[in-house]
Structures are given as structure tokens and as C-alpha cells.
Design a protein around this ligand. Structure first.
Ligand code: SF4
Length: 386
């Protein structure tokens, strides 16, 4: 995840480069169940409104949580399916809070209602992310449910009314690119705290629908708009958070934006982005699916590293006998193609390996989701020679 606003703040009010501590354990995104009341076009879990057999029981979830805490996992992001459909969601959330996790909920928003909001507020989630795929017509078409936009927006408003930090989660594709400016306006109108722009990743229905991936020019225009908006709002004193995900080339594109707008801070920003280090799948991000399988991130459901019913998460995560995990944790990663020769590997870390895998069968091949030009991935001296 690339924290755009954090780096913009550092441009507006520069701070020196400080040493950073490496996290002891990854953030865990946990798909508690696969059931969902919607059937979205790019759903990476291919969810449906049915019970899926073999899911972890609440008791099993509690015992995995003990292991995660002992392993020093700092953050749990509860997801699904729709996590609010889990019959024990509040029991699980309460236990996680009591254990001291930073706790976030990732929801489609339709189950945040006048009926559930009191319980949601009582959980004191640190953050609730609600997916919006565009303005009403686009969102309802993507979500394949009439009225789902209104329900999601109502959920956001209920969270805002309760003082819960809430954000829009938006996956950019060719089909909803045109709605992006209006969504930013909506964020401003409703004073929504956070905007998470996700690029399309090739998992689940997102893989089947990958022909919809935003064309590179659209992606570039969307990212420029996001940087400009986040920057202008910060300068205007609007404390909003912009983050992006599933395309670590965003940080390199951002560095080129810095070269244009804050050229005197280019070198220190490059050093800060290198400290961040780009793609963190298999290192600082982990996923546990509804059946207890562990994956390097949420888009690797076709690739299990082991199951928490058989081995503790802490053991699975540190086992480097798996070739994918060994490569993901290697520095630098064994990248090939344009990622292998990219000057900015130290910032991007080769981006999203699952896109390389899904398109070539080789998870170290170049990421086809990179939208940077050859000049933009070349060393500055080489770029200025051409
Ligand atoms: S070429 Fe690869 S490593 Fe370089 S910015 Fe693009 S995705 Fe990242």
C-alpha cells in the first residue's frame, strides 16, 4: 500500500530522513467467510450468497488469533465475502480488540444499517473501508444489485455520524474510470476521511475480467488527478488520507511527479520511498482465507503456503522452503524482463507478482500492470541522454 498523503505531507513540511524499523510481523488480511450478498464483477474471492463448507469456526479463529498475537502481528483487517454477514463478527472483533490488534473492517457497506450501526460503533474499529465502484449507475452495475450504491453510501454516512474513521475503496478499471472525478467530489462533499484507490489485480473474478484493466493512459491520468487533488486539499488544510494499492509503480510515478513539482526534494523523497520499499506481499502483508489457507496476499488464493489447521501461521510464514515465499522475501527479488532491468526496483520491488504469474505462468516475469514508459524506468542519466 502506497501512502500518498503521508509523502505529500513530507513535501509540504519537509522532515529529515530517519531510520525506520522493519515490522516484526505482517499485517494480516483475513477473509473470515466467503459468503456475500453481492456478486461483484472483480471480486477476488468469487463470493456468492451461500454458505461455503469447511470454513474456520469461531473457536478456530480465536486460537489462530492467539498465535498471530504471539507472533506480533500488529494489524488485522477483517474481510470476506461480507464480514458483517459472519454470525460472530462482533464476538471476533471484540476478542481482537481485547487482544490489542489495530482492527479494520472491509465491507461492501450494505450491512451497515440503522440496525447494526450501534454494534459497529461499539467495536471501536480503527477504520472501516467501504467499496464504491463509481457513481450510482456504475456501482450498481458492477455490484450487480440495484440500489447497492445508496445502501453503501448510507453505511458510510452512518459511520461518519458515529465518528468512525471511514474510507472509500475504489478499484479502477476502464469501465469506471470516468466516475473517478465525481467520486473525489463525493468524498469532499461528505468529508470522508480516506480514499483507497486499488488497481485491478488478477485474482478471482478480477482475473476473469482483466481485459477491463484500466488502459495505461487512463491509469496515468487517474494517478495524476489523485496526486494533484490530495496535494491541493492538504495545502487547503483538508486532512484527508489518500492511499493506493496493487500497483507499486505508483510510487515511481509519484517520484516523477515530485521531480516536476518539488525538484529540490527529489533526492530525499527517493530515499524515503526506498525506505518504504514497495511491494510487501509475502513480507509485510499476509492473507488467511476462509478455510484457513495462508497466502502471500489476497490475490494468491490459487497458491496456498499451508493451512492454520495443520500448522501455526507463525511457522507457515517463516518457512522459506516454499519457492514463491523465498523469492518474495529475497532482496532484491529475482525479477525478470523490464522489472529486472528497472532502475526503480528499490522503490517498487517488482510490483504485483500475481499479475506476472497469471499472464505468463512465471511469477518473476515483468508485471504487465506497470504503466510507466521505458524512459520513466531508466536511470535519470540514461533518460536525460535520450
Ligand atoms: S518496471 Fe517493474 S519494477 Fe519497475 S516500476 Fe514498473 S513494475 Fe515496478
Amino acid at each position: 500500500m502506497f501512502r500518498v498523503s503521508q509523502y505529500l505531507r513530507e513535501l509540504i513540511e519537509p522532515t529529515p530522513l530517519k531510520p525506520v524499523r522493519k515490522p516484526a510481523a505482517p499485517v494480516v488480511i483475513w477473509n473470515l467467510l466467503r459468503r456475500c450478498n453481492l456478486a461483484c464483477k472483480h471480486c477476488y474471492t468469487t463470493s456468492a450468497d451461500i454458505d461455503f463448507p469447511g470454513e474456520l469456526t469461531t473457536e478456530e479463529i480465536f486460537s489462530v488469533m492467539e498465535d498471530l498475537r504471539a507472533f506480533k502481528v500488529p494489524v488485522l483487517i477483517l474481510s470476506g465475502g461480507e464480514p458483517l454477514l459472519h454470525p460472530d463478527i462482533f464476538k471476533i472483533s471484540q476478542r481482537a480488540k481485547d487482544m490489542g490488534f489495530y482492527l479494520a473492517l472491509s465491507s461492501n457497506g450494505t450491512r451497515i444499517t440503522a440496525h447494526t450501526i450501534e454494534q459497529i460503533a461499539a467495536m471501536n474499529y480503527h477504520y472501516v473501508g467501504v467499496s464504491l465502484d463509481g457513481m450510482p449507475a456504475t456501482h450498481d452495475r458492477f455490484r450487480r444489485m440495484q440500489g447497492s450504491f445508496d445502501e453503501a453510501l448510507r453505511g458510510i454516512q452512518l459511520c461518519l455520524d458515529k465518528g468512525i474513521k471511514v474510507g472509500i475503496r475504489f478499484t479502477l478499471t476502464q469501465d469506471n474510470y470516468a466516475d473517478f472525478p465525481a467520486l473525489l467530489q463525493l468524498m469532499d462533499d461528505y468529508a470522508i476521511d480516506k480514499f483507497y484507490l486499488s488497481h485491478l489485480n488478477y485474482g478471482g473474478r478480477g482475473n476473469k475480467n482483466r481485459k477491463d484493466d484500466a488502459l495505461q493512459e487512463m491509469t496515468r491520468a487517474a494517478m495524476s488527478l489523485l496526486f494533484d487533488t490530495a496535494h491541493d486539499w492538504l495545502k487547503a488544510g483538508k486532512e484527508r488520507e489518500f492511499v493506493t494499492g496493487n500497483n507499486d509503480a505508483d510510487a515511481v510515478y509519484f517520484l516523477h511527479w515530485v521531480a516536476l513539482h518539488y525538484p529540490d526534494q527529489l533526492a530525499i523523497m527517493k530515499a524515503k520511498l526506498e525506505q518504504w520499499g514497495g511491494n510487501a506481499s509475502g513480507v509485510n502483508v499476509a492473507n488467511i482465507d476462509n478455510l484457513g489457507n495462508v497466502h502471500p496476499d489476497t490475490f494468491w488464493w490459487h497458491y496456498s503456503l499451508g493451512n492454520v489447521r495443520q500448522r501455526p501461521f507463525s511457522e507457515i510464514w517463516t518457512d522459506l522452503s516454499d519457492p514463491l515465499m523465498a523469492g518474495l522475501k529475497q532482496q532484491p527479488r529475482p525479477l525478470e524482463g523490464r522489472c529486472g532491468r528497472c532502475y526503480y526496483q528499490t522503490i517498487c520491488n517488482g510490483n504485483t507478482r500475481v499479475r506476472a504469474m497469471q499472464t505468463t505462468g512465471n511469477y518473476w516475469a515483468e508485471d504487465p500492470g506497470c504503466y510507466l514508459t521505458e524512459l520513466e524506468i531508466a536511470a535519470p542519466e540514461a533518460a536525460s541522454d535520450t
